[in-house]
Design a protein around this ligand. Structure first.
Ligand SMILES: [Zn+2]
Length: 238
């Protein structure tokens, strides 16, 4: 099947801080994404800086401060006050689900299915949850409705940050995702094979494993061989 021309390019470049970053051309301008660690990343576009789930195990030295911080969930690898304090400045805006806003009380609350705009971005909150995995039988690490994945729209380009989730029906049904960040780690989310199966269903143009500590990302890539999906393995744990 012929797919629409990408309209984006991804390249590994050297940032000022000598960190690898990913760059995408959109109709609204260039979007740069810097993997920091695990689920933490920095997104730069239009002169503004967004951090997603800043976590103290990441190195934030030399990075600019956040204009916007997106938080997905309440667990410490996503909601980390010390890391937030490192990257925030006066006027930093927060977008988060209600469970996170109990701690980050200034956050603009988005529930699953809600959308908002910020600067040139249109931001959609989407579900992230466990289908079967939890600390004890019948319970889940991530209850449906508590956390948010996000779809970030910039120009004509749609970036999907899945959050901590299994391959839920809502993920499988996503449309027109250009760039996806998908977790894979047990026991909290899913296996590389399960992640690949879900990714095959919604067929993003580009996919990055993230939040994958201890997982075989090569197995994920192999499982998507022949699909035409551009699987990009990067080091999120340096
Ligand atoms: Zn997590």
């Amino acid at each position: 099947m012929m797919r629409k021309t990408l309209g984006l390019i991804g390249m590994v470049l050297l940032a000022q801080s000598s960190r690898p970053l990913e760059e995408f051309k959109t109709k609204a301008g260039v979007v740069k994404i810097t993997p920091i660690r695990h689920a933490s990343m920095m997104i730069e576009a239009g002169g503004k800086v967004i951090f997603v789930d800043p976590w103290s195990q990441g190195n934030f030295d030399g990075l600019p401060k956040a204009d916007l911080i997106l938080i997905t969930d309440i667990h410490p690898d996503h909601l980390d006050q010390a890391a937030i304090d490192k990257v925030r400045k006066d006027g930093t805006m927060f977008i988060a689900p209600a469970a996170v806003a109990k701690t980050i009380t200034s956050a603009r609350v988005l529930a699953n299915g809600q959308t908002t705009t910020w600067d040139q971005w249109a931001i959609e909150a989407v579900p992230m949850y466990n289908l079967k995995r939890g600390p004890t039988p019948g319970t889940f690490f991530h209850d449906k409705g508590r956390g948010n994945g996000y779809i970030l729209n910039y120009g004509d380009t749609r970036f999907y940050i899945a959050g901590d989730t299994e391959g839920i029906p809502e993920m499988r049904a996503l449309k027109n995702i250009d760039v996806a960040f998908v977790p894979m780690n047990l026991p909290y989310t899913m296996t590389p094979e399960e992640a690949a199966d879900a990714v095959r269903a919604f067929h993003p143009k580009v996919v990055y494993p993230y939040h994958y500590r201890g997982s075989d990302t090569e197995a994920f890539k192999k499982a998507l061989d022949g699909t035409g999906i551009d699987v990009r393995l990067r080091n999120w744990y340096y």
